[in-house]
Design a binder for this molecule. Structure first.
Ligand code: NAD
Ligand code: KPL
Length: 298
């Protein structure tokens, strides 16, 4: 049985697409569900609607795989409740954006098979009981702990049974960094300016800050041994994604608009923390983090 911890947009996407009799949701400890299963409408990328019903698991004993689809800030707490009840050999795949939460989980349970996934699938939940697969993408999965190395190919084939494109990735940290760069260069600008992704590109605020932001990130990447992209290359990557997703509301803008906590601490906030550890100044990441925090109620 594949357990899904985090019954939000991404968790429900995987639950809808993985083989029906092999998936169940793990409930939040603070909100034991009244019903035995969770039902919702799922809208595929081809706009085909179907009703999905998957059970809430009462016990984690029979799990063979755990997909963790909570937000970055909830992940450690969610796992602290569930992992002690799950056999130590069960692989756990972390789907969070940004960085910091993955390392915290791997450092807390170094003896467990902990993997990270980076996905460009897009799912959202315009209403509580409706999940939309807004865009197809690809998913890369790689080991964070030593114990996870031998689990990667099995996890890739289990996730691939969803019909989504899933690859094994030897350099999962590099892959997570590549996504982090894009999120750090788009998400806070869209949240602060309250606009879709593409609209940031012509604003004075973006044009004033993007080059120094990319220089900070390039220095951090080089110091971390992640690669040696130039600031110009990073800017190009950010602007390409902003253009390709021009009408999208970023996840961070969506969080602010819906009064939810953002993942800023795991995106630009992570870069600030890393800069402090490496003694690399990160004033633009700090400014963006502070401004997003001022907008967030949490
Ligand atoms: P979401 O807010 O829709 O879902 C998170 C779910 O976790 C919520 O249902 C929440 O109730 C649940 N949760 C919170 N604390 C919990 C706990 N202690 N125990 C159990 N459940 C708990 O978020 P999402 O959009 O599904 O994103 C999840 C993660 O995946 C984020 O880190 C996001 O950046 C990443 N991601 C999302 C997408 C996407 O398309 N939605 C794509 C790539 C990456
Ligand atoms: O991943 C994204 C997000 O919104 O978090 C981008 C790539 C910016 C697309 O909206």
């Amino acid at each position: 049985m594949i357990g899904i911890l985090g019954a939000g947009s991404l968790g429900r996407l995987w639950a809808a697409l993985l083989p029906q009799d092999q998936v169940a949701f793990l409930p939040r400890p603070d909100a034991r569900p009244a019903a035995t299963s969770l039902s919702y409408t799922f809208e595929s990328v081809n706009e085909i609607r179907q009703t999905i019903t998957r059970p809430w698991l009462q016990s984690a004993e029979n799990l063979t795989l755990l997909l963790v689809t909570t937000k970055a800030g909830d992940t450690l707490t969610a796992l602290q409740h569930w992992l002690p009840q799950i056999p130590e050999s069960v692989p756990a795949v972390l789907f969070q954006n940004g960085l910091g939460s993955q390392q915290a989980v791997a450092a807390t349970w170094p003896e467990r098979p902990i993997l990270a996934a980076s996905t460009t699938e897009g799912a959202n939940r315009p209403e509580p009981d409706r999940v939309v697969h807004a865009g197809t993408g690809e998913t890369w999965v790689g080991a964070l702990t030593r114990e996870a190395r031998s689990a990667v190919s099995g996890v890739v084939s289990q996730l691939g049974s969803s019909g989504l494109v899933v690859h094994g990735e030897d350099q999962i940290l590099v892959r997570l960094w590549q996504k982090l760069v894009v999120n750090a260069g788009i998400n806070p600008f869209t949240a602060i300016l309250d606009c879709p992704n593409g609209d940031i590109l012509a604003t004075e605020f973006f044009l004033d800050h993007i080059d120094p932001l990319c220089s900070e990130i390039a220095r951090l990447m080089a110091a971390e041994g992640i690669g040696t992209p130039t600031a110009g290359e990073l800017r190009q990557r950010i602007e390409t994604v902003a253009r390709n997703t021009a009408r999208n509301t970023s996840s961070m803008r969506g969080d602010i608009l819906n009064g939810r906590r953002t993942e800023i601490d795991f995106i630009n906030g992570y870069l600030v923390q890393l800069g402090q550890r490496l003694e690399i100044p990160t004033p633009v990441n700090q400014l963006l983090t502070d401004k997003v925090k001022q907008l967030s109620p949490h």
